[in-house]
Design a protein around this ligand. Sequence first.
Ligand SMILES: O=C(CO)COP(=O)(O)O
Length: 225
Amino acid sequence: MSKNKTPIIILNYKTYTESTGKNAVKLSQYVQEASDETGINMAIAPQAVDLYPIIESVDIPVYAQHMDAITPGGHTGSALPEALYETGIEGSLINHSEKRLTLADIDVVVEKTRQLDLTSVLCTNNVKTSAACASFNPDFIAIEPPELIGTGIPVSQASPEVVENTVEEIHKINKNISVLCGAGISTGEDMKAALDLGAQGVLLASGIIKAENQKEALIDLVSLI
Ligand SMILES: O=C(CO)COP(=O)(O)O
């Protein structure tokens, strides 16, 4: 994905039925169409098992949802960065609130994405952890207050100070890190509010995935920018 300062949307598929298996492939085609029609950068983060068929069927950037801080060997059931890389992903979410890592593991995984030339999207839960995570120099930090995730209450409108202060604290440490915000984002107003607060884009899920018409919801999301 382009790392310039144009608005960015990353859709996290999580493990919703509507974004799993064949539904995940169909949704990815809608995201591709919405991105092509609007000219806005849109990337997706499907489950690991769905990565390969999706990467075969769309051109938009596809990210993993998680990587473990492991090396090849005896780690049954784990997500090996090198294996994810081989599917053709362009980056990965790291430390999502629903899949947290220790500080030491975050360090290892961000470093691994750098070695593999993958985009790192490091997720954080508040202003303090965002500032701490800035020292790892990821490409993106995505601030998502866990109490708003999945509620439909948009962080950019309900807690604007969290987004604003996160941008400020991160940029005191490293101006090159782009900040995304997420939790409860679903409409064009939510997206516009995020950009007005200094975020470069949004990381979101249920507002699009659970919408009756997923493609229309994506087009509405970028209608005010
Ligand atoms: O966790 C999120 C994206 O990573 C946010 O989820 P919702 O958009 O469903 O609130």
